[in-house]
Write a protein that binds this ligand. Structure first.
Ligand code: GLV
Length: 330
C-alpha cells in the first residue's frame, strides 16, 4: 500500500500527479484554507504533507498526528512551522530556497520603485478621473538611481536586491544583518555593513527581507520609523509582523516617511484598515515569488522533498532542501 500524504492547498495538478506515483494523495483542488481542527483531521493517517505558509504546524497538530514524518513547505519562509516541536518529534521539515531568489528580488525592487515613483498612487488618481491637466510637480517622488539602498536582512534575496541596486541603478548599498557577510560576498553585492541605526538614518530606500521570528517581531516600529528620512521609502517583502503595520500607517499618514511598498501584512490576508486609507502605500497580496516558472519550481522542489523524505525517488532519504536535517538522523 502506498503511504498517504496531504497536499494542503491547490497546486499545479501535474505536480500532484508526480506525488501520486508514490503516494495515496489527498489533495485540495477546491483550495480550502484549513483551520487547525480541519488540518488535524485531514492529516489523519498521513505520513507527509506538502504545505504552504497558510497552515500552522505546531506541537498540537503534530501530537494529534504522531504518524507524520515530513512537513514540506512550498515557501522559503517557514515561520508557519514550529521547528523545535518537529525536532522533538523527529519530523523532517523542508522549504524551497534558491528557486525563488531572483524572482522575489525582482519583485522587491519593483515594489520599491513603485513606492519611490508613486506609481500606484498616480494610477489611482488617473483611474478616478482626477487628471485634468499636467503640472510640473505632479506626483514628484524620490530618485532610485544613485540613491542609498538600505537592506535589512542580507540573505539570498537581500543580496539579489543589492546587486540590482548597485549594478543596475548605481545605488550605494548598505545593509544590516544578524551577521556580517564574508568580504567576497560584500564585494560581489557592492554592499557595506552598517549598524541598524545607520541603516535607518542613511537609507533613501529601505527594503526589509529579514525572516520572521520572535527576534524580528516589529523590528521596524514607531521608534525605527522616527529615525528614517522624511523622504525615505520602506518596502516589506519579508513577513507580516516584521513591520508594525499600525505604526507604519500612522507614519505614512503623517508623512513622516514618503511612501511604502508592502507585499506582506500582520494577520494577512486581513489588513490593518488604516493602510487602506493612506494614499502613499503600494499594497500587493503576498505575490513576490508569483511567476508561473517560479511557482512551478517551488512546487516541484516541495514535491521532490516530500518524495525523498518518505524514502522514494532518486534522492530517497536525502531531501534536497531540509530545514532540520538532524531529524533525518533521528
Ligand atoms: C514566501 O513568502 C515564501 O516564504 O516563499
Amino acid at each position: 500500500m502506498k503511504p498517504a500524504v496531504l497536499v494542503s492547498r491547490a497546486i499545479f495538478p501535474d505536480i500532484v500527479d508526480r506525488l501520486r506515483v508514490h503516494f495515496d494523495v489527498q489533495d485540495n483542488p477546491e483550495d480550502r484554507v484549513f483551520k487547525k481542527a480541519e488540518l488535524i483531521e485531514r492529516l489523519a493517517g498521513k505520513q507527509g504533507v506538502l504545505a504552504t505558509g497558510s497552515e500552522r504546524f505546531d506541537a498540537e497538530v503534530l501530537d494529534a498526528n504522531p504518524q507524520l514524518k515530513a512537513v514540506c513547505n512550498m515557501a522559503v519562509g517557514y515561520n508557519n512551522i514550529d521547528v523545535d516541536a518537529c525536532n522533538a518529534r523527529g519530523v523532517l521539515c523542508t522549504n524551497t530556497p534558491d528557486v525563488l531568489t531572483e524572482t522575489t528580488a525582482d519583485f522587491g525592487f519593483a515594489l520599491m520603485m513603485a513606492a519611490a515613483r508613486r506609481i500606484a498612487e498616480s494610477e489611482h488618481y488617473l483611474r478616478r478621473g482626477d487628471w485634468k491637466k499636467w503640472s510640473y510637480d505632479m506626483f514628484t517622488g524620490g530618485d532610485v538611481h544613485g540613491a542609498t539602498l538600505g537592506i535589512l536582512g542580507m540573505g539570498r534575496i537581500g543580496q539579489g536586491i543589492a546587486k540590482r541596486g548597485a549594478l543596475g541603478f548605481g545605488m550605494k548599498v548598505i545593509y544590516h544583518n544578524r551577521s556580517r557577510l564574508a568580504p567576497a560576498i560584500e564585494a560581489e553585492c557592492r554592499a557595506s555593513y552598517v549598524s541598524k541605526e545607520a541603516l535607518l538614518r542613511d537609507a533613501d530606500h529601505l527594503v526589509i527581507v529579514v525572516p520572521y521570528s520572535p527576534a524580528s517581531h516589529h523590528a521596524i516600529g514607531a521608534a525605527e520609523l522616527a529615525q528614517m528620512k522624511r523622504t525615505a521609502t520602506l518596502t516589506n517583502i519579508a513577513r507580516g509582523g516584521v513591520v508594525d503595520d499600525a505604526a507604519l500607517a500612522q507614519a505614512l499618514a503623517e508623512r513622516r516617511i514618503a511612501s511604502a511598498g508592502l507585499d506582506v501584512f500582520e494577520g494577512e490576508p486581513a489588513l490593518n484598515p488604516a493602510l487602506l486609507t493612506v494614499p502613499n502605500v503600494v499594497l500587493t497580496p503576498h505575490i513576490a515569488s508569483a511567476t508561473i516558472a517560479t511557482r512551478r519550481a517551488m512546487a516541484n522542489l516541495a514535491a521532490d522533498n516530500l518524495i525523498a523524505a518518505l524514502g522514494f525517488g532518486p534522492n530517497a532519504g536525502h531531501p534536497p532542501t531540509p530545514i532540520n536535517a538532524a531529524a533525518l538522523k533521528g
